[in-house]
Design a protein around this ligand. Structure first.
Ligand code: HEC
Length: 122
């Protein structure tokens, strides 16, 4: 997926949300809200900017090390990997889906280079 497609998708999603107040919340927007609140103290959670805690990876670069989809399991079962003394979170499935949807939407690259056949993205 190109960045242009991502931006276009986000704009379309934002317009959809703005257009219908009764629609189910957009998972990407929900994910952004969750990570901004819970992770933004340390991580750069947006498409720009540096992490407040320099040791914390910028979320938009996570897929240089992981398939972002693989984080879903950690988020559902308790994210402790690499987090040392950090609080451990366990997110309900709908939050996990929202967080993953958001993280996918901000990745700067298509994924780790060793990854071969990537599943089709929307
Ligand atoms: C108190 C600060 C802090 C908060 C809050 C925080 N993180 Fe982190 N996170 C870190 C640090 C520091 C690292 C890097 C640890 C390392 O590389 O040893 C990290 C690493 C990570 C990694 C990469 C782990 C790895 O093995 O490379 C992921 C994924 C991650 N955080 C996700 C999250 C998510 C999702 C949230 C919110 C639910 C969150 N973090 C909240 C400090 C934080």
């Amino acid at each position: 997926m190109t960045r242009r497609t991502i931006v276009g998708g986000l704009v379309a999603a934002a317009l959809l949300v703005a257009g219908s107040a009764t629609a189910a919340p957009d998972p990407v927007a929900r994910g952004r809200e969750i990570v901004t609140r819970k992770c933004g103290v340390c991580h750069a959670v947006g498409p720009t900017g540096d992490s407040p805690n320099p040791a914390a990876p910028r979320f938009r670069r996570l897929n240089e090390r992981y398939d972002v989809e693989d984080l879903a399991e950690g988020l559902a079962e308790g994210l402790t990997v690499g987090h040392g003394p950090m609080p451990e979170w366990v997110f309900p499935p709908e939050d996990v889906a929202a967080i993953v949807a958001y993280l996918k939407s901000i990745q700067e690259r298509d994924g780790p280079s060793e990854k071969t056949a990537a599943p089709p993205k929307r």
